[in-house]
Ligand binder design. Structure first.
Ligand code: UD1
Length: 355
C-alpha cells in the first residue's frame, strides 16, 4: 500500500509523527511525506521534523503565505500534480488547516482514498476558517479517525456512515507522552518556579488591534504579580509590533520567538497556567493537568472543558484576569484524562489502515 501524509502547518507535525512511526513498523506500507510549505520558518517547521524524528519531506510544495484562497488554491494545484505522479492508494490529512482541506479536495476529485486524522471536531462557529476546513474535509474523507466521542456524534449527525468512523484517541497526546521525558531534560535554565505561559495567534483575536492592545495591557498587569512568558507566533509578532511600537519586553512580559516542540512542552508542563487561543494546547494542558484559560467563545474540543482543565473565557479580558487570580489563590480547575488519550492512538490508526 502506498500512502502519502500531507502536512503543512506547525500543529500537523506532532500529529503525523506518531502515525508515521506506527506505519513504519508495517512492511506492506510504503510512506511518503508531502509538506505543503504553509509554514516555512525554521522555528515553525524544520525544528519539529528534527525533534520529532520525522524524515525530511519527500516533496515540499513551497506554497508559503497568502490569503486563504491563494494558499488553498496553490496547494490544490501543486498537490494534484503530486498525486497524479505518485499514484498513492491513500492520503492521510491531519487536523483543520488549509493544507488539510486542500489535499482532501484534490484526492476526492481524483478518486484517491482520504483518511482524516482528528476528524469530527466542531466549534459550530463558521466564522473560524478551521471550522470550514473541518466540515469540508470530513464530508470528503473515506476513513475518519476521531480523538473523542463528541467527534463521532458530530459526524453521525452530519450523515457520515458509522462504518467510516473510528474513535482511536488523540495522536497529539501520543507525541506528548513519548517526548515528555526528553522535554524535561531541556527545560531552559533560569525558568521561574511559577509563571503564566501565553500563546495567541488566532486572527479573530490578534487581528483586532483594540483587543490586542487591551490584552497586552492586561498581561502587563498580570506580569506584576507573576512572570508572563509569551512565545510569539509570526502573525501576532507583526500585529503586536503595530500595537506596542516597541520591543514589548519592557512591559514585564517576556516575549520569545516561537519555541521548539520540546522547549514549549517542557515549559507547559511546569507552568502555573496557560492563557491561549490555540486548539492543541487545550488538549495538551488537559493531559498535563495544568489549568488552561482559553481566549475563545467556543471550542471544537469540548472534552477539554467537560473532562479536562480547560476554561473558556471568551474574549473577556476581565475574566482572564479573574481566572488567573483564582488560580494563583489555589482555586484551580482540576480534570482528568479523556478515554484513549493513552499514547497508542497512532497504533490503532496503523492497525485499521493495514486491515
Ligand atoms: C495556521 C492554521 C491554524 C493553526 C496555526 C498554527 C489555517 C487556516 N490556520 O494559522 O489553524 O492553529 O496555523 O500556527 O490553516 N508566517 C510566517 N512564517 C511561517 C508561517 C507563517 O511568518 O512559517 C506568517 C505569515 O505572515 C502568514 C501568517 O504568519 O501570513 C499566518 O500564517 P498562516 O499559515 O496563513 O496561518 P496561521 O495563522 O499560522
Amino acid at each position: 500500500m502506498k500512502l502519502i501524509h500531507v502536512v503543512g502547518a506547525r500543529p500537523n507535525f506532532m500529529k503525523a509523527a506518531p502515525v508515521y512511526r506506527a506505519l513504519h513498523a508495517c512492511p506492506s506500507v510504503q510512506q511518503q511525506i508531502v509538506h505543503t510549505g504553509q509554514h516555512y520558518d525554521a522555528n515553525m517547521s524544520d525544528i519539529f521534523f528534527q525533534q520529532l524524528s520525522i524524515p525530511a519531506p519527500d516533496i515540499n510544495l513551497q506554497v508559503g503565505s497568502g490569503s486563504h484562497a491563494q494558499q488553498t488554491a496553490e496547494i490544490i494545484s501543486r498537490f494534484e500534480a503530486v498525486v497524479l505522479n505518485e499514484k498513492p492508494d491513500i492520503v492521510l490529512v491531519y487536523g483543520d488547516v488549509n493544507s488539510t482541506v486542500a489535499a482532501a479536495l484534490v484526492c476526492a476529485k481524483l478518486g484517491v482514498k482520504i483518511a482524516h486524522v482528528e476528524a469530527g471536531l466542531r466549534s459550530f462557529d463558521r466564522t473560524m476558517p478551521e471550522e470550514i476546513n473541518r466540515l469540508v474535509t470530513d464530508q470528503l474523507a473515506d476513513i475518519l479517525f476521531t480523538p473523542s466521542e463528541d467527534g463521532d456524534r458530530n459526524l453521525v449527525r452530519e450523515g457520515v456512515p458509522a462504518s467510516k468512523i473510528h474513535m482511536v484517541g488523540n495522536v497529539m497526546i501520543d507525541t506528548l507522552i513519548r517526548m515528555l521525558p526528553e522535554a524535561e531534560k531541556q527545560i531552559p535554565t533560569g525558568l521561574p518556579s511559577c509563571y503564566i505561559l501565553v500563546t495567541l495567534h488566532r486572527p479573530s483575536n490578534v487581528d483586532d488591534v483594540d483587543w490586542l492592545t487591551a490584552a497586552h495591557a492586561m498581561l502587563s498587569e498580570v506580569a506584576r504579580e507573576i512572570p508572563v512568558i509569551f512565545p510569539i507566533h509570526p502573525r501576532t509578532r507583526q500585529r503586536l509590533n503595530n500595537v506596542v511600537k516597541q520591543e514589548a519586553n519592557s512591559d514585564g512580559i517576556r516575549l520569545l520567538e516561537p519555541l521548539s516542540y520540546l522547549e514549549f512542552l517542557g515549559m507547559q508542563a511546569h507552568a502555573t497556567a496557560l492563557v491561549t487561543d490555540s486548539g492543541g494546547i487545550q488538549e495538551e494542558t488537559t493531559y498535563l493537568g495544568i489549568p488552561c484559560i482559553t481566549l475563545r467563545e467556543n471550542t471544537e474540543r469540548p472534552v477539554t472543558v467537560d473532562v479536562g482543565t480547560n476554561i473558556l473565557v471568551g474574549r473577556d479580558l476581565g475574566r482572564v484576569r479573574e481566572t488567573i487570580a483564582q488560580t494563583l489563590a489555589g482555586n484551580l480547575k482540576r480534570g482528568s484524562i479523556p478515554p484513549l488519550w493513552d499514547g497508542h492512538a497512532a497504533e490503532r490508526i496503523a492497525k485499521i489502515l493495514t486491515q
